[in-house]
Write a protein that binds this ligand. Structure first.
Ligand code: SF4
Length: 263
């Protein structure tokens, strides 16, 4: 393998996850960078954790039923981190016209629909809800049928850059069941740990306990919140996320740190 570019460092991350040994070679910035700069590394870590989850599920005789052209889950309230909100905002800004205008119009329409249903503010500040109330709001949101603004022909139009929580969402139940969030018939693949949780905590939302933003609010939120998180060395940022992953892994039983709006 060639040497990393100046200012970057290559290292091997060895993790024991769910009885499986993970060995991940990663090249990351060595010096201080914005937490967002580390997103490729966080996505890489996510894919490795998802791989373990799928492996374990297949050993248990389960099959992943998610397939291209099925976008049922892309109508859920998809949680994203602050750094992903800024990333998605900039991704949309880089889109050529007329695509950019079309995607922005879909975001605006999603906001209009969620607001009319009284769900926009609720999902932006879910701290006031207990888990049961939040679950009811999430089901109500799904009932609105708001497609993710990036969903085109029932496929993700930003697949390589999709949020971490999208990567973590896989099911083994028949795809028809994904159309009914409330029926409890959806069987999600259990992951050994979710990188989305520690990534969400890297840059907290000012004045909020929750560490996620609904995807449909990404552009509005990013435009009204300057990206001024302190720069930190890449290895320190990666270490914080890996430690967050390992803390989940040692818990018994595994569970979320906070309410999860998706599913
Ligand atoms: S970003 Fe892509 S995968 Fe995620 S909800 Fe939107 S369309 Fe679906």
């Amino acid at each position: 393998m060639s040497d990393p570019a100046p200012g970057w460092v290559t290292g091997n991350l060895s993790l024991d996850i769910d009885g499986r040994s993970l060995s991940l070679e990663m090249t990351i910035p060595e010096g201080p960078v914005s937490p967002r700069t580390m997103l490729p590394a966080f996505r890489f870590l996510t894919e490795a954790l998802v791989h373990v989850g799928v492996d374990v599920a297949q050993d248990d005789g389960l099959q992943i039923t998610c397939q291209a052209g099925c976008g049922a889950c892309c109508r859920q309230a998809v949680p994203i981190s602050t750094i992903e909100a800024w990333e998605l905002r900039d991704l949309v800004e880089r889109m050529p016209e007329p695509k950019r205008t079309e995607v922005k119009a879909r975001f605006a329409k999603a906001r209009e629909t969620a607001t009319a249903a009284g769900l926009w503010d609720v999902l932006l500040e879910p701290e006031h809800l207990d888990n049961k109330e939040l679950e009811a709001k999430v089901v109500a949101y799904f009932g609105l049928g708001i497609a993710c603004p990036f969903l085109e022909n029932e496929s993700c139009s930003i697949h390589p850059e999709r949020p971490i929580s999208c990567r973590e969402y896989l099911v083994s139940s028949p795809k028809e069941r994904c159309a009914d969030l409330d029926a409890k018939g959806i069987m999600r693949i259990t992951l050994p740990a979710k990188a989305s949780l520690p990534v969400g905590r890297l840059v907290p939302i000012p004045g909020r306990r929750a560490s996620w933003i609904p995807l449909i609010a990404a552009l509005d939120w990013a435009d009204s919140h300057a990206e001024n998180a302190p720069h930190r060395p890449g290895p320190a940022l990666l270490r914080e996320v890996v430690e967050g992953v390992l803390r989940q892994e040692v818990r018994e039983p595994r569970k979320q740190d906070g309410p999860e709006p998706r599913g």
